[in-house]
Design a binder for this molecule. Sequence first.
Ligand SMILES: *Cc1c(COP(=O)(O)O)cnc(C)c1O
Length: 463
Amino acid sequence: MNTSLRKLPKVQTLMDSANAAPLIDVFGREHVTEAVREKIERARTKLLADAPMPEAILSERLFWTDISETLDQSREQSLKRVINASGIVIHTNLGRAPLAPEAIAAMSEIASTYSTLEFELDTGKRGSRHSHAETLICELTGAKAALVVNNCAGAILTVLSALANHKEVIASRGELVEIGGSFRMPDVITQSGATLKEVGTTNKTHPADYADAITESTALLLKSHTSNYAVVGFSASPTRGQLAEIAKANSLPLIEDLGSGVLVDLTPYGLPNEPVVKDVIAAGVDIVTFSGDKLLGGPQAGIIAGRKDLIDQIKRHPMARAVRVDKLSLAALIATLELYRAPSDPIARIPVLRKISEPIDLVRARAEHLADHCSSIEDLQTTIVPSKARAGGGSLPLQDLPSLALSLTHPDMSPDQLAEHLRAACPPVIGRISKEKLLIDLRTVSDEEISDLSSVLTTAFSS
Ligand SMILES: *Cc1c(COP(=O)(O)O)cnc(C)c1O
């Protein structure tokens, strides 16, 4: 038997020591006992494998410092703020759209009080949560009716469940994509209880392909945005007008999943033609679905807008209840939509639109400011380099946004190690590795974040 095992301290003895008391006050006896027990257990396992006695067991001071750190860490939340220096504006893994101050204020007020969520002040009777955003959405999109659900995936599932259950949905093979996060169009159609009828080919689908596929079992025609995937080159698909005509001639609804959903024309900012919701509805699409937290720049939400008779049918379906929007998201969405109303300038007021459209000179100013700051950090070499930022979130997949980044190099760290080091900082900084260099892209970092980013870099590389 390994004799040093006998030298291991007893849990009870440690818990009775003066060092335990302050920790018990903060974390409670149960948690401290558990941490102490685990630490001794780990030392026992090591000793049994003939490893030397861990230093933290030999020194009581080290032992308690260690326990205190472990307990601190156990309290730390894993959901926390980060600085997005990836250059991807709508980064799904980093929480997509940061909200405008107006949206945050609205959320905060509704969160802290009772509200008219489902209450009519005029009659004193029960109201509908769908009513609050509906008028605004209709005003901004030209739709006749609308409802808001939890997210866009839920929106499509709800629309198809309500309108196509036990029937056929006609969709082009060129649009049956997976958009990430296990969201695959064919699976969503199946999940709604509908049967998918594929038409056309991967690269080309003609109007007649849709028309020829219509039978008595057809419920609707479905068009979808291919998100972060593009069919280019020898390709073709019918225009919305052509599809709308076919749908109308057969008394079938035409549904389009827009994914991102842009409410204003972004072409003046050098961005390509992402379909604007108003134009899509004007082209004859009966129902559109789009996200609240992509290019719209609001909270997570799924918006369903279009023909009133269809929207009424969708509102009544149990799926609409199952994926209904919560009051905080609804408050934030309404406040964000208000920013699209004249005379407000959405491009200036909504953070994602501002980041996407920001003139390069302002990005350069941040890059220069940060580079200047970093010049005083020994061992860290920084160069300002041109960079290609992205809208992200499946929007504008082929569009690079001109940007500038700080390229970081360190004599003792690989780009991966540098990236890991910055992810461990407080707040964590998420960069992007390109061509063997760690880039800190300044298009996605706001002016307000620059001072925090500067301190993080100083702290992270001061030896
Ligand atoms: C992003 C996207 C969705 C899903 O939207 P969520 O709001 O993330 O649920 C659906 N369809 C398309 C085309 C998308 O780009």
